[in-house]
Design a protein around this ligand. Structure first.
Ligand SMILES: [Zn+2]
Length: 383
């Protein structure tokens, strides 16, 4: 699937706009209300001895744990296995990791529908049974999925609508797609660990027909200015903001320039974490300012056979007192010729190899991951 290439001119235009907006400062200040002088005709009562202030009660530390995985698609070539083993099977080996988090996020790559119409000519179209997949995702721990990707409208607006209905019935939020652009850009707010967490999701992938318009169903496209506005609006209402991008080049570990720029834009606007996917393989991690960027989480449970999509990771993000605090990336085997659509945690040498690869890719973004017993770890205090 080809990707959008942002022309330099486009970015420059956005930066100029951003600069101009930044120059508009708040020129007026709210008038200060001065205290009215007391009536001096009466004696001023002597001030009461100050009662000792109660011992300062420290607000409890809030901790939010979010697990995030890449692409999930239980149709395609996985269909026969799912019929045979059931739809809980793909998550049997990983749900214990996922369920350590209060919020579990993934990219749902393909509609949950029995109907809809395949309107756009495409090489690959996916769909899977809503009454099976949505409840299985919920049982595995998922409570939010991104619908902003290049498959959500494989079965047209009806397929997208069926997906949203099935997810809602299973208690899972869908984010990044809707009946119009405004709905697609709407943040999902979730409560966890004493905090409010906002999620936004965008797809920067073709086909263009899938992008939502003012009166057209589809996915939210990650225009820089819109991302900036949406993140700032979510920031005002939430303690933590997570932004998902479907982007990058399939099968490539190298980043596109626009991925870095857009991720930085999201963090600069107030996001705490950026979670990417679409390349089907892992890409590096970056510790940028107060936030963390996972450029691509690769595949999770995905119904196709591939010689390149073989290694991936489950991300566990911890946030303390509204700040990103720690990232753990647990390597998993997603080579379907071996694991048959059931991702499995890697151990020993296999895990170490994935951690080494993540370390190498992240070094290019000036970020040093630690290898802690076969898990790649990054803490906010490091780097
Ligand atoms: Zn994709």
């Amino acid at each position: 699937m080809p990707l959008i290439r942002q022309s330099g001119g486009c970015w420059q235009r956005w930066f100029v706009t951003a600069f101009c907006l930044a120059c508009v400062s708040c020129a007026t200040q709210a008038p200060r209300t001065e205290p009215t002088p007391a009536d001096t005709s009466q004696a001023v009562p002597a001030p009461k001895p100050a009662t000792p202030a109660p011992a300062e009660t420290k607000a409890p530390v809030t901790e939010v744990r979010i697990a995030a995985v890449g692409d999930i698609m239980l149709g395609g070539t996985a269909g026969p296995e799912m019929q045979k083993y059931g739809y809980d099977y793909p998550f049997d080996r990983t749900q214990s990791i996922l369920k350590q988090a209060q919020i579990v996020f993934g990219n749902l790559e393909g509609p949950l529908t029995d109907g809809g119409a395949n309107e756009t000519p495409k090489k690959y179209v996916f769909r899977s049974p809503p009454d099976k997949v949505a409840p299985a995702l919920a049982r595995a721990g998922f409570n939010i999925v991104s619908l902003a990707n290049n498959h959500s409208l494989d079965y047209g607006p009806q397929g997208l609508e069926d997906t949203r209905v099935a997810l809602e019935k299973a208690g899972i939020h869908g984010v990044g797609a809707g009946r119009n652009l405004a709905e697609a850009r709407t943040a999902v707010y979730m409560k966890a660990g004493g905090s409010t967490v906002a999620f936004l999701a965008y797809s920067l992938t073709f086909p263009e027909e899938f992008w939502a318009g003012p009166d057209k169903p589809g996915t939210a496209f990650g225009h820089e200015q819109q991302v900036r506005e949406d993140v700032a609006a979510a920031r005002a209402k939430a303690d933590i903001v997570v932004v998902s991008f479907h982007w990058g080049q399939e099968g490539k570990t190298e980043l596109r320039d626009y991925q870095v720029q857009l991720a930085h834009t999201a963090i600069d606007a107030g996001a705490n974490a950026v979670v990417g996917h679409h390349p089907h393989v892992l890409q590096g991690v970056e510790h940028y300012k107060q936030g963390v960027i996972l450029y691509s989480l690769g595949n999770f449970a995905f119904g196709s056979f591939s010689n390149t999509a073989t290694r991936s990771a489950i991300a566990q993000l911890t946030f303390r007192d509204r700040q990103w605090n720690e990232l753990r990336l647990t390597p998993i085997n997603v080579r379907n010729a071996e694991v048959v659509f059931q991702p499995r945690p890697l151990t020993g040498r296999d895990a170490a190899e994935v951690v080494e690869q993540l370390q190498q890719m992240s070094r290019a973004r000036q970020t040093a991951l630690e290898n802690r017993d076969g898990v790649a770890v990054l803490t906010a205090g490091s780097n």
